[in-house]
Design a protein around this ligand. Structure first.
Ligand code: SAM
Length: 204
């Protein structure tokens, strides 16, 4: 990841959503983007240039546009019409974003539009976040990485954030993932945990 004086940036044409520029780079604000918050808290997190990313919950494409500055291709899934319009406009300015209007809970409906992903990024803020992630695992390469941004209040307001978080970890492990790292996104985003998992390699 590129940092200038500890400010996270990405390399690409600016003016996508009014982002600031610094020395010709696009400033990637951790208060606006959960991925940027993760990158501020985990300095070893990487978006390798050859990677293919399947991004679930693309919204209006602000984080997607920064991810696309780093990687080869981003398949960006969003189901709400209004943010989808903005995402389409962002995609027109980047050659490596494939916008997909679809429900992340129904991956069979968009699987044919994607290619096997190295990184599955999920930020849908829905009650069944872990279930949605598990349903999309067939689209992730063996050994690939899942980055799940878990909004605990969206999952269950009646349980504590810690309880929701711990139950989600168990569900992901039962779904065939190895949890490699977990963190809370404070102070950038409240009640948001990030869970990083690896899909098991199928041997033989
Ligand atoms: N990742 C975005 C960013 O950093 O700019 C913010 C995502 S916002 C928290 C969650 C988005 O997920 C919303 O735009 C919402 O419409 C979308 N979403 C929620 N459930 C979805 C689903 N089942 N399929 C596709 N998109 C979904």
């Amino acid at each position: 990841m590129i940092r200038i004086n500890n400010v996270l940036v990405s390399e690409g044409k600016g003016g996508v959503y009014g982002e600031k520029m610094m020395d010709g780079y696009r400033v990637w604000d951790p208060y606006r983007s959960k991925f940027a918050a993760l990158a501020m808290k985990r300095k070893d997190i990487d978006l390798p240039p050859e990677s293919v990313v399947l991004y679930l919950g693309a919204a209006n494409g602000t984080t997607v546009s920064h991810v696309a500055d780093y990687v080869d291709t981003v398949y960006a899934v969003e189901f709400a019409p209004r943010p989808m319009q903005d995402l389409m406009a962002v995609s027109e300015r980047r050659k490596n974003i494939v916008p997909i209007m679809g429900d992340a809970g129904r991956p069979s409906e968009y699987a044919m539009l994607t290619e096997p992903a190295d990184i599955l990024y999920q930020d849908v803020a829905q009650p069944d976040q872990t279930g949605i992630a598990i349903k999309n695992l067939p689209l992730l390469k063996d050994g690939g990485i899942l980055i799940l941004m878990l909004k605990t209040r969206s999952v269950d307001v009646t349980r504590s954030a810690k309880e929701v978080f711990e139950a989600s970890i168990l569900e992901l492990e039962a779904g065939g993932l190895v949890v490699e790292d977990t963190l809370w996104l404070e102070p950038y985003h409240h009640d948001h945990a990030c869970i990083i998992c690896r899909k098991k390699e199928i041997s033989g």
